[in-house]
Design a protein around this ligand. Structure first.
Ligand SMILES: [Fe+2]
Length: 168
């Protein structure tokens, strides 16, 4: 059940990473997301394999179901303002923030799954899940480390848009 939930999250994550890669204008972000897309496809395949190894037929079959990723929605009062005023630099920041939230949610999930697998003495599952856990951790760490650079790169555009609004 937990493995199927993880798979549904990775199914959604693959789709989200593909659209992020198309959308971002920041070259090193694009490259890192591309690496993580390949890792995520590996995680997806390992989960499918694990589910079918442990599974008892249809009931536990691996699926193509997609989970809703934990991305916050802004309060209604702000949605319209965001829609009207968000520059592409601000959309980049928003997406980077969402990347970090998704990766950290995956860390929590794999950390818990690894501990459950340890309790069950499921050696194969422990290996698979801890590999995914370390890939998620390194992605989340990269986002955190790269954040100052990204803000520095986007700041001139954000600063200019603030000046425009204030000058109106
Ligand atoms: Fe991930």
């Amino acid at each position: 059940m937990h493995l199927n939930e993880a798979l549904a999250i990775e199914n959604a994550a693959v789709q989200r990473l593909q659209s992020r890669i198309k959308q971002t204008r920041i070259e090193n972000v694009k490259q890192r997301l591309q690496v993580h897309l390949e890792e995520t496809k590996g995680q997806q395949n390992r989960l499918k394999q694990l589910i079918s190894d442990l599974g008892n037929g249809q009931k536990n079959a691996a699926t193509k179901d997609k989970a809703q990723l934990p991305i916050p929605t802004p309060p209604k009062s702000l949605t319209n303002i965001f829609g009207r005023m968000m520059t592409s630099a601000e959309s980049e920041l928003k997406a980077a923030k969402e990347d970090a939230i998704v990766e950290n949610a995956e860390i929590i999930l794999y950390d818990m799954l690894t501990r459950l697998a340890e309790r069950m003495n499921a050696a194969n599952a422990i290996d698979i899940l801890s590999q995914s856990l370390s890939e998620e951790r390194s992605m989340a760490d990269w986002i955190k480390t790269n954040m100052p650079d990204m803000v520095a790169q986007l700041w001139p555009e954000i600063e200019a848009s603030i000046a425009t609004v204030e000058g109106e």
